[in-house]
Design a protein around this ligand. Structure first.
Ligand SMILES: [Zn+2]
Ligand SMILES: [Zn+2]
Ligand SMILES: [Zn+2]
Length: 792
């Protein structure tokens, strides 16, 4: 990629004023030849620097590594924006005009000073799992109301001992006004429970016995910062498979917690930005590429070696992330995790403490009920968790971080909204999958933590609770509620029940507006909005959409050629149904006779009969333009997967297959006029049709000729990038946003970015807000503020 000037905006929160931070930033920026400014704001320090990508990344690394000794960073939020054309670097006047609202900080990973105390046998907090200070510890998960003060946190039940009190009252102490301040004398304590809730041990003994249990292969439910984890030995052995069996989680990858950065390096490749993310105060799960030769057991069955060998070498169990070249990795972020991992000295599985897709457990008696049958033991404590916060998940994409799940460490920090100061506060309730809510007030959007899929009653309750809780905490009373256009989503029902004026926002328009908002883009923009499922204005399932977003509205300028999904919803779990829908559209009845094709072979003759009847009559076979289902279909044709075990699995596997290939060339989509009226998001219009039939025929030819699946997958990705370029050319707008769940795919995003730039377009993609439905509430907020049309 040719060097290009970008602007990096950084909001640093923490103890960064009065410690020489601004002169430090000045020296660092000028040293790296960057232009821009730094200033003190009401919430910390704000920085904008401009230069080439490599210099900006170096700036980010050194900002955290070389900061002044007395500075402490609690959170760094960065986003890349278009250059502003700064000349030179300046320390600007403090900005006192900013938002005066007291900010609710996210939970912060244990700081080095606290860790040192916990590990120091002579310190009074030696081995104390709830050690914290003003630089670290729980925040969002313990705050009942603002102002942030101990009596308004879940720490109010603990009366500080005289020593803690004197720290708390001493302005020169690191614990001056540290609200969760505690010590072994006065603070929260551990208990170890059996699966019936009987107390087996307390305090240090509870920890010791938990360590022994994990070593012995047990599954322990561990109450952490934002909820329960289920933890077990991650190395080859029976524990991981047993956890899968008990949790009824077949193949969806488990995240792991490693004892140290060094131990991560032994298993995964870690670049400098990835190291920064792992060690950051936000301490998210980072998706890292696994080393192929470290015996890490990349795939079940393939080259994993004999189990005995692998166990001896301390390799991870292949069942952690079957067939997946990536691993979700985090480092310990509370003293409890540090103590546990230091004693174990091997990686553990640390997955959300829930049953299947329910929200994470935060309360021990609830955990006892919901996790009995999964956990052998519960390691709990008596510091109440007020609201859940799952681990956030990020991955590196085109040299920057891409948020996949926004929760602990980030929620509920705001994102600036474009020119909306003065508009009424809005509540946005998201869609169905990866649900989250958002609230806007005075030019800022506060995004809630990840809630989860709304398939369970628990998740639906959590949605309503989170919406209420966030409003109360931030003292925002919404006057409008924005929801998805889908009439039957539980989130839509919830929106109606609020009694507020409802603005229903088309799903892919919301994706587009979310991506525009975080990149601070004003219309007009061409949005490539691709995902699995979204309700279209014509009542069909959309998902492969090109939308022109203007000041006036949003127009569907192109979309994938529609095809039918036999069995409807069932197609989400069965890629072979998408493949059949595609083949039926192209070849009609003849499709079912093509026994040489894996998706056809995957159905019994009886099943074929039923499906053919659905397709013939168009009954139980809804029409879709979904790009996600197109990914499924191709994965099925390549026989990578006929039935998925978790959402998005086949698209992921197609991406992984493509990454193994460096085949060039691309299959061809044919861009032609859409036949009949192709309803717009708002106004009527006709757009273009991206016909996948030439691509389908070429793929069938290649498969017939014995082409490697990886090469086919690669040329499919290339074809999508070329399609984006082709539509961009016909549309003529210089700026594009790439949004929707399909753009969690790094290969697709990077290919599109490279090709668009080569053709003179400027592409934008997601950074701080997930491209998947976890980010959709932000777009709904913007839509409601752009021109509320209440009354649906
Ligand atoms: Zn600390
Ligand atoms: Zn104390
Ligand atoms: Zn979506």
């Amino acid at each position: 990629m040719a060097p290009r000037t970008q602007r990096l905006r950084v909001a640093v929160r923490g103890a960064v004023q009065g410690v020489g931070f601004r002169p430090f930033v000045y020296r660092l920026a000028t040293d790296l030849g960057l232009r821009g400014w730094v200033l003190n704001s009401t919430s910390g320090v704000r920085i904008e620097v401009e230069g080439e990508a490599a210099a900006l990344e170096a700036f980010r690394l050194r900002l955290e590594r070389e900061k002044p000794p007395r500075a402490f960073i609690q959170s760094v939020e960065a986003s890349y924006l278009d250059p502003a054309g700064y000349a030179g670097f300046a320390i600007r006047e403090s900005d006192a005009s900013g938002e005066r609202r007291a900010l609710v900080l996210p939970d912060i990973a244990t700081c080095p000073d606290c860790l040192r105390e916990v590990l120091d046998p002579s310190d009074r907090r030696h081995r104390y799992p709830f050690t914290n200070c003003t630089h670290c510890g729980p925040r969002y998960t313990i705050i009942e109301a603002l102002p942030y003060d101990r009596r308004q946190t879940t720490m109010k039940a603990f009366v500080m001992c005289p020593t803690c009190r004197s720290e708390y009252d001493d302005p020169s102490d690191r614990r001056f006004h540290a609200q969760p301040n505690a010590c072994p004398v006065c603070g929260p304590q551990l208990e170890l429970w059996d699966a019936d809730g009987r107390v087996l041990a307390e305090r240090g003994t509870a920890l010791e016995r938990s360590i022994e249990a994990v070593r012995g292969g047990a599954i322990v439910a561990l109450k952490g910062l934002g909820g329960f984890h289920l933890v077990c030995d991650a190395r080859v052995g029976p524990a991981v498979r047993e956890l899968r069996r008990r949790k009824a989680r077949e193949e969806k990858p488990f995240a792991c917690m490693f004892p140290s950065l060094e131990s991560v390096r032994a298993t995964c490749e870690v670049s400098a930005p990835e190291e920064r993310l792992l060690l950051s105060p936000e301490a998210p799960i980072v998706l890292l590429r696994r080393r192929t030769r470290a015996g890490a057991g990349v795939s079940a069955g393939r080259g994993a070696g004999r189990p005995g060998d692998a166990a001896a070498s301390g390799a991870l169990d292949p069942a952690i992330a079957p067939g997946n070249p990536y691993l979700g990795v985090m480092l310990p972020y509370t003293p409890l995790h540090h103590l546990l991992l230091a004693a174990l000295a091997f990686p553990i599985v640390a997955t959300s403490g829930n049953r299947s897709d329910e929200p994470i457990c935060i309360e021990e008696h609830d955990a006892l009920e919901r996790l009995s049958g999964i956990a052998d033991l519960l390691l709990v404590h008596n510091r109440p968790i007020l609201r859940h916060a799952d681990d956030s998940i990020v991955r590196l994409c085109a040299g920057r971080e891409l948020m996949l799940r926004r929760a602990r460490g980030f929620a509920p920090l705001p994102v600036a909204l474009p020119s909306t100061v003065g508009s009424p506060p809005v509540l946005a309730v998201g869609a169905f999958l990866k649900s989250s809510v958002a609230l806007s007030s005075r030019g800022e959007a506060f995004l809630s933590q990840h809630i989860g899929d709304l398939a369970t009653p628990q998740a639906r309750t959590a949605l309503a609770d989170t919406a209420r809780d966030l409003g109360r905490l931030l003292e925002i009373r919404p006057r409008i509620v924005a929801c998805d256009l889908h009439p039957d989503y539980p989130s839509t029902e919830f929106a109606r029940r609020t009694g507020l004026p409802v603005v229903a926002v088309q799903h892919h328009e919301a994706h587009a507006l979310a991506c525009m908002a975080e990149n601070e883009l004003a219309p007009p923009v061409l949005a490539v909005s691709w995902d699995g499922t979204g309700y279209g204005t014509d009542g069909t399932i959309w998902g492969g959409e090109f939308l022109r977003v203007t000041d006036e509205g949003c127009e569907r300028v192109a979309h994938l050629r529609p095809f039918r999904l036999p069995g409807g919803e069932a197609a989400v779990r069965e890629p072979r149904r998408s493949a059949l829908g595609l083949l039926w559209e192209a070849f009609g009845e003849e499709a079912l006779a093509r026994d040489e094709l894996p998706p056809i072979r995957a159905f019994s003759p009886a099943e074929r009969g039923v499906l053919a009847a659905m397709l013939r009559r168009g009954v139980q076979a809804p029409v879709t333009t979904s790009a996600g289902r197109l990914f499924d279909a191709i994965a099925s044709l390549l026989d990578l997967r006929q039935i998925t075990r978790f959402e998005g699995q086949s698209a992921m596997e197609l991406e992984f297959a493509a990454q193994e290939s460096d085949a060039d060339g691309a299959y061809r989509f044919e861009l032609r006029d859409a036949p009949a009226a192709s309803p717009a998001v708002g106004d009527a219009t006709t757009g273009s049709l991206a016909d996948w039939e030439p691509l389908l025929r070429a793929i069938l030819d290649d498969c017939h000729a014995g082409a490697a699946p990886g090469d086919v997958a690669r040329r499919f990705h290339n074809a999508l990038a070329e399609l984006i370029v082709a539509v961009a050319r016909t549309c003529g707008l210089p700026r594009l946003v790439l949004t929707g769940g399909c753009f969690q795919n790094v290969l697709l995003t990077e290919s599109a970015v490279v090709r668009l730039r080569a053709e003179g377009f400027t592409p934008y993609w997601h950074q701080r807000v997930p491209p998947n439905d976890g980010g959709i509430a932000l777009g709904q907020l913007v839509a409601a503020q752009r021109g509320p049309k209440p009354g649906s």
